[in-house]
Design a protein around this ligand. Structure first.
Ligand SMILES: Cc1cc2nc3c(=O)[nH]c(=O)nc-3n(C[C@H](O)[C@H](O)[C@H](O)COP(=O)(O)OP(=O)(O)OC[C@H]3O[C@@H](n4cnc5c(N)ncnc54)[C@H](O)[C@@H]3O)c2cc1C
Length: 560
């Protein structure tokens, strides 16, 4: 017996096995659906383009929804509408298509012949196909399979099968495992966060599923990057976490920001500065996603000048707790968090480094209240809080590193926030090119795709090289962080986040320009990308403050 195994390279999963002798009837029975004629020729109808696509009209604009796999009618197969939008086909379709046509019992026969289908999602991989010519039926199967393989591996089909501008991962020092991680999470986020949901989240500035989402991330071992398994984390290096953060930002920067605030601002700060007892008490629930974390330093009157904060923490004589009073503002996840890291003045008479202390606050403590800050321009759906402390009692044992160590904790936390945070602008920029580059090749003016005009080509070239420079810079810093997170210096982290955030806003604005009027309305997510991108220049220290850090570093280096 000779059989063919059809296998997806990146998931390593066998999607179909066909016994050449036994399955011929089944395949012939499908030949009308496959488009094979009696000679075994494949008609030119773009069958793939027809499957699963349902054009409909919405508010006068055309939108295409991808429906679950279905065998189309001949009319659908011939539909010019379907042919017009072939790029919406995705790899899951190929899996189902292949399964449908070739499904048969698995065999362990050593004479199996193998086809490795290319990963059309990331446009990487290799193909092999060997067939045994036994009889005319086998010849037909060979013809069909080679045709399918040819189509799948052709540049046109790969482009048609994916909305994405390819990422040349190998060029950026990403290993095979991380490439697979990116691929899997791209698929996962696509399924979990469909565009219709993201549009609603943006419109309503509300993501009711945030808690469940963080739990799902916890179940998959994606919370607590770089943290010991002793506290409930799974082996998840910082660089891999950043790739996942990048893919999440590519779908939704707002959700990524909440995920980042939970992990980089809270979980990692707790891990870096907490005692063993504190970590045992707080980290497992945060890492599993049972509890949501946040970090609060900014106040209404203390933003860039954070050391001038007014929230106080006073220890009553003879008591083993501190009493917190004050107001924190702009706190990501603040309205929904369970465990909050809060900086407060233990010496209100001073703005010196040792005047601040970092506390772990359980938000169900009496006297704590949190309100939503409404009407944000971007990052809508990531809850931002206005937090009030009215005689909130926090046990002394909840201090991180000791009284007066707050400024140290704060600066240490900012480094990792800036490092992991750099993956967000990279993800947003990738989303911008994913949307605007195909558009430039679909939209025609003066009788040609606008992408063929040199000014547009120049724009795309600059956007792409900015994205690539940011990706290379970010990944190289993350590689170092995986080796020794403590070795990352303030000025290097500030430089990285300044560079990628600045590039992100520019690339997002150019994305809007490519879409013209369509870039100016919410029908296309590119304007959301731009609104989200702008926050990258404000949160975790503004662009100007990042420049101040670099300027001070050079002054110290050359003048002291
Ligand atoms: C959506 C969102 C989420 C946030 N999440 C959090 C969070 O989770 N936790 C948290 O603690 N904070 C958070 N922040 C706060 C954020 O860190 C601050 O907004 C930021 O530090 C800037 O402070 P500010 O808004 O008070 O601006 P200001 O400090 O008032 O600055 C206003 C302008 O003056 C410039 N400026 C200030 N000082 C200087 C100087 N010395 N030299 C040159 N220019 C200067 C700034 O660059 C800026 O352009 C968040 C903010 C937003 C908008």
């Amino acid at each position: 017996m000779i059989s063919i195994i059809v296998k997806l390279l990146f998931t390593n999963s066998i999607v179909a096995t066909v016994d050449l002798e036994k399955s011929i009837d089944q395949i012939l029975a499908c030949s009308d659906i496959l488009g094979l004629d009696s000679e075994g020729h494949v008609p030119t109808i773009c069958y793939e383009a027809a499957v699963g696509l349902t054009p409909n009209l919405r508010r006068g604009r055309r939108s295409i929804h991808q429906t679950p796999f279905q065998v189309p009618s001949m009319n659908q197969m011939c539909s010019s509408e379907c042919k017009r939008y072939p790029r919406l086909i995705r790899i899951d379709f190929i899996e189902k298509y292949t399964n449908y046509v070739l499904s048969n019992e698995l065999t362990s026969n050593p004479r199996q012949r193998r086809i490795d289908f290319i990963d059309i999602g990331s446009c990487a991989g290799t193909c092999q196909a060997t067939f045994q010519h036994r009889n005319v039926h086998n010849k037909l199967i060979e013809y069909f399979l080679s045709e399918m393989l040819r189509r799948i591996t052709s540049r046109a089909f790969r482009r048609a099968a994916s909305n994405y501008v390819p990422i040349e991962d190998q060029m950026f020092g990403i290993n095979e495992e991380q490439i697979e991680l990116r691929y899997q999470f791209r698929k996962f986020f696509e399924n979990e966060l469909p565009e219709s949901l993201l549009r609603d989240i943006d419109k309503n500035d509300d993501f009711p599923g945030l808690r469940d989402f963080l739990k799902t991330m916890g179940n998959m071992g994606l919370n607590g990057p770089g943290i010991s398994e002793e506290y409930g984390a799974k082996d998840n290096p910082i660089k891999s976490a950043a790739i996942i953060g990048e893919e999440l930002s590519r779908k939704s920067a707002a959700i990524s920001m909440s995920y980042g605030a939970h992990n980089a601002l809270n979980v990692r700060v707790l891990d870096a500065n907490g005692s063993h007892e504190q970590k045992l008490k707080y980290l497992p629930d945060l890492i599993s996603g049972e509890k949501i974390g946040a970090l609060s330093m900014t106040e209404p009157t203390a933003g860039s000048d954070v050391m001038s904060m007014k929230t106080t923490a006073v220890q009553p004589a003879g008591k083993d707790y501190y009493v917190l009073n004050g107001n924190k503002y702009w706190i990501t996840n603040g309205p929904v968090c369970d465990t909050l890291i809060c900086y407060a003045k233990t010496d209100p008479t001073s703005n010196a480094g040792d005047s601040i202390t970092a506390f772990i606050v359980d938000t169900d403590t009496e006297g704590f209240t949190a309100n939503h800050i409404p009407e944000k321009m971007g990052m809508r759906g990531s809850p931002t809080g206005d937090l009030h402390f009215d005689n909130v009692k926090v046990p002394k044992e909840n201090i991180l590193l000791g009284e007066g160590a707050g400024a140290f904790v704060l600066m240490r936390g900012l480094n990792i926030e800036r490092l992991l945070g750099a993956a967000m602008p990279v993800g947003i920029m990738q989303a911008v090119v994913d949307q605007s580059f195909p558009y430039a090749h679909e939209r025609k003016q003066f009788g040609r795709p606008i992408g063929k005009f040199q000014l547009m080509q120049g724009k795309m070239a600059e956007m792409y090289s900015s994205l690539s420079a940011c990706r290379a810079y970010t990944y190289s810093m993350l590689r170092s962080a995986d080796q020794d997170p403590e070795a990352m210096s303030n000025h290097e982290c500030a430089s990285l986040i300044m560079f990628v955030s600045d590039a992100c806003t520019k690339v997002a604005l150019e994305g809007i320009q490519i879409l013209g009027g369509n870039g100016y309305v919410n029908d296309y997510p590119v304007n959301r990308y731009m609104r989200d991108a702008k926050l990258m220049e404000i949160g975790a220290g503004t662009t100007e403050v990042r420049k101040v850090i670099l300027g001070r570093y050079f002054n110290d280096y050359f003048l002291d």
